[in-house]
Design a protein around this ligand. Structure first.
Ligand SMILES: [Zn+2]
Length: 106
């Protein structure tokens, strides 16, 4: 390692994908249920290009995971028991359409 002017930066935001040096935009929090208890979270960070790759990598192993924007505050909730939430952050997913039934009063 070459001495960098800012060593030991706490929020290192370089993509966790091997060989990628791009600034990360996403944070993937995950755990391995076989070795981590439910309160434990490992954190990877990923650039736009690799967030899907890393998420699939973990989901394929049935690891519970959550994908958050890098700037989001740290989550304190325990991860769910299964990796059944592949799209924790999907801008197209939530469009609450509250339809109120129209009642025809006589
Ligand atoms: Zn990357």
């Amino acid at each position: 390692m070459i001495g960098l002017p800012f060593g030991g930066e706490p929020g290192a935001s370089e993509c966790s994908r091997a060989g990628c040096r791009v600034d990360a935009a996403w944070r993937i929090e995950w755990r391995n249920p076989k070795i981590h208890d439910e309160s434990r979270r490992k954190v990877w960070v990923a650039c736009d290009e690799h967030v899907g790759y890393l998420r699939e990598f973990l989901a394929a192993r049935d690891f519970p995971l959550e994908v958050l924007p890098l700037s989001a505050p740290p989550s304190t909730a325990a991860l769910p028991a299964t990796a059944a939430s592949p799209a924790a952050v999907d801008p197209t997913a939530s469009s609450p359409t509250t339809s109120s039934p129209t009642e025809a009063a006589s």
